[in-house]
Write a protein that binds this ligand. Structure first.
Ligand SMILES: C[S@@+](CC[C@H](N)C(=O)[O-])C[C@H]1O[C@@H](n2cnc3c(N)ncnc32)[C@H](O)[C@@H]1O
Length: 187
């Protein structure tokens, strides 16, 4: 990882640790997402739920190594602007595209295929986002969904959906708040 990225991740973490509205991935989960993007060689990455850009720095940094891009979505313009400044500081200005608006509207309009998705916005739409993305996923694309154990009751219908889904193999990775790792098998 280059120094500009490392430094910016540290600055962003300091910023979000002093606030209660960031709801960012814990460092171990963000670092796991980074490793996953690298290992998959993912070039087309999507994040639903930018917040202040903490997870986006990790994912965008990995996409950059792979020669790829990250599109990240948040409904909050102020958060997108702050995240955009962190991406620029990290040298990811040409790698990460911030899109602001309702994720359902933006995901519907996006063109695939995506190799990697972080599903980390509103919990009531977890399943909706996956189903909207079905025709926009590359073979063996990975969808990572956070808060599976920390918000177990809210996530239960999504987990049930994914574990019985004929188009995915889906399993819990017990890192951080619990992440569901869903591999797209096609169909
Ligand atoms: C859990 S936070 C994302 C944290 C971020 N992935 C990180 O680790 O740094 C969820 C974000 O999703 C955004 N959000 C919630 N519902 C949304 C929606 N319907 N459309 C777009 N963004 C939404 C919120 O504004 C919030 O910033």
């Amino acid at each position: 990882m280059n120094n500009a990225l490392k430094l910016t991740i540290g600055q962003c973490r300091k910023f979000i640790d002093g606030r209660d509205d960031a709801l960012a991935l814990p460092p171990e989960s963000a670092s796991f997402a980074h490793a996953l993007v690298l290992s998959r060689g993912a070039k087309r990455c999507l994040e639903i739920g930018t917040s202040y850009g903490y997870s986006g720095l990790w994912i965008g940094g990995a996409a950059q190594v792979n020669g790829g891009k990250l599109v990240t979505i948040d409904k909050d313009q102020r958060k997108s602007d702050i995240a955009g400044a962190y991406f620029a500081d990290a040298g990811l200005g040409n790698v990460v595209e911030c899109m602001t608006g309702r994720a359902t509207d933006i995901v519907r309009a996006l063109e695939g295929p995506f190799d990697f998705v972080l599903n980390d916005a509103d919990k009531e739409n977890l399943t909706t986002y996956v189903e909207m993305l079905r025709g926009k996923l590359a073979p063996h694309a990975v969808i990572l969904t956070d808060n599976i154990t920390s918000h177990a009751a809210e996530a239960a219908p999504f987990v049930e959906h994914m574990r019985n889904h004929p188009a995915f193999f889906s399993t819990l990775v017990p890192v951080g708040s619990g992440m569901e790792l869903s591999v797209y098998l096609g169909g």
